[in-house]
Write a protein that binds this ligand. Structure first.
Ligand code: GLN
Length: 493
């Protein structure tokens, strides 16, 4: 087995036994990036020197532990599971001194002045950061085709998209160009690319992970989460980044109500809800078959399968695509050509006569088509005279969708759905049709409106393209869905 094939736990074990060093593993990943990434296009920046430096530091920590443990010292605490493990970070999460483009020309030259809280935590654990990975502009999209820089290709088929918006993060793990990555999920951006690329991705409960230092898209929905090779690794990364942070008022400490390995949550004691609305028209029959087969396996393993209804699912896309543009229009107002980002002030091509010219020209040139579309929709939805009809109405429907999930979790422990109605589509196939792109969020965005957690894990293939199962839990039940996901992972192997 190559070093780049190993999971976080396998690396940790190897470090402990002195089988290899973090520098060796980091070099193996850097080598793989050099060899592969011209084809895949996952990385926007590779931070080789920084990574090697961090790896050396991690090796010192590991060596210190080894020499202590050889001496038989009883006081030694084990080094963190992520110590020495190479990862990559979506380019809308700030890493001090590195670029943070958010996939936009607007922030092409922006260098992060501080670390996001999740990065502080990774660094404190000794994780090695290999670089920054591609995304749709400001995380708006399902394919990375909206990136201002490049399209990240699907490692399973280079003619297809990697998914989005965290396409670079999912492709990097799938192509073994990072052991794990951090992505962000507003309406599906961790789970959809994880599903397309055949890797595991977790969208945590809203508030479970600090958003401080993440470039905002829609603040009532954005969450940072891990993308990894398997479920166990997702748990490790999630445990490392979760928790309350004084820099993000919406973050909370996770109440430890569902401890992993609690026998109550074994698969044979589970009630699995299957929402009928998620198997209606639009789903690829081959995807449906794979998901139904997995549900059948869970049933054979003793789980009770309950058909449930989430009746307001049909309003989710419309609601989501009012709330997200509204919040995005407010969040993106800061890119005004003065305080942040791309500016036309010094560009002699245009005559800048007044302040409005600075805004109009800078924003006109700095933003791509999708952010512009959302700023226009969002500004309209929030404007006086339309606010009640659009934004306020969307918030009311959001309550109904949330209630659907509350009702469902009175009857079942977890909900199983496909992550996406179809496998990865061809590059360019949907580029001219924003609505067909928006419809890709049909299974991933409703639960976001309710703020509950969900994981996507690979459960099969259609024509060599991976298919993901989505497991949804109630608020702060990450441990429960992770436990269920690892049982399913075993069942489909
Ligand atoms: N596809 C969704 C959107 O474009 C999800 C994006 C996300 O989760 N960041 O809004």
């Amino acid at each position: 087995m190559d070093l780049i094939d190993l999971t976080i736990t396998q690396l940790h074990d190897g470090f402990k036994k002195n089988k290899f060093t973090s520098v060796q593993v980091t070099k193996a990943y850097l080598e793989q990036i050099k060899k592969n990434d011209n084809d895949i296009g996952a990385y926007l920046a590779v931070t080789e020197d920084f990574a090697l430096n961090q790896a050396e530091k991690a090796d010192k920590i590991i060596q210190a532990w080894q020499s202590d443990s050889e001496k038989g010292s009883e006081l030694i605490t084990e080094f963190p599971l992520l110590c020495g493990v190479p990862c990559a970070i979506k380019d809308n999460i700030l890493v001090e001194g590195m670029q943070a483009t958010a996939g936009s020309k607007m922030l092409e030259n922006y260098i992060a002045p501080y670390d996001a809280t999740v990065i502080k935590k990774l660094k404190a654990d000794g994780a090695v950061i290999l670089g920054k990975v591609n995304l749709d502009e400001f995380a708006m999209g399902v394919s990375t085709e909206n990136s201002a820089f490049k399209v990240t290709k699907n490692p399973h088929d280079l003619t297809r998209v990697s998914g989005g918006s965290s396409g670079g993060a999912a492709a990097a793990v799938a192509a073994k160009e990072a052991c794990f990555t951090l992505g962000s999920d507003t309406g599906g951006s961790i789970r959809l690319p994880a599903s397309f690329c055949g890797v595991v991705g977790l969208n945590p409960t809203y508030g479970a992970v600090s958003r401080y230092g993440a470039i905002a898209l829609a603040s009532s929905l954005d969450q940072i989460g891990p993308i990894t090779k398997n479920v166990q690794d997702t748990k490790i990364v999630f445990d490392a980044i979760k928790g309350k942070d004084s820099m993000d008022a919406t973050s909370v400490e996770i109440p430890n109500k569902h401890k992993i390995r609690n026998s109550k949550f074994e698969i044979r004691n589970l009630k699995i809800g299957v929402p009928k609305e998620y198997f209606a028209k639009g789903i690829d029959p081959a995807v449906e078959k794979i998901i139904k087969d997995v549900i059948g396996k869970a049933k054979s393993a003793g789980a009770e399968i309950v058909e449930i209804s989430l009746p307001n699912t049909k309003y989710a896309i419309a609601t989501y695509y009012i709330i997200v543009p509204s919040e995005a229009s407010a969040n993106l107002a800061r890119y005004d050509g003065i305080r942040y980002g791309y500016s036309e002030i010094l560009n002699s091509k245009f005559e800048i006569r007044n302040l409005l010219d600075v805004y109009v020209k800078s924003r006109g040139a700095g933003f791509g088509p999708e952010p512009k579309r959302r700023i226009l929709v969002g500004t309209h939805a929030l404007s006086s005279g339309y606010y009640d009809a659009y934004y306020k109405k969307a918030q009311e429907v959001r309550q109904l969708i949330t209630q659907d999930f509350t009702d469902a979790f009175k009857k079942v422990d977890v909900i199983f759905t496909p992550t996406s109605p179809i496998p990865a589509f061809k590059i360019g196939e949907k580029s001219s049709d924003p609505i067909s792109m928006y419809l890709m969020d049909i299974y991933t965005c409703p639960l976001k409106l309710a703020g509950v957690p969900a994981i996507s894990l690979p459960v099969g293939f259609v024509d060599k393209l991976p298919v993901g199962l989505q497991i949804i839990g109630n608020h702060f039940e990450e441990d429960k869905i992770l436990t269920v996901a690892s049982e399913i992972e075993k069942l489909v192997q």
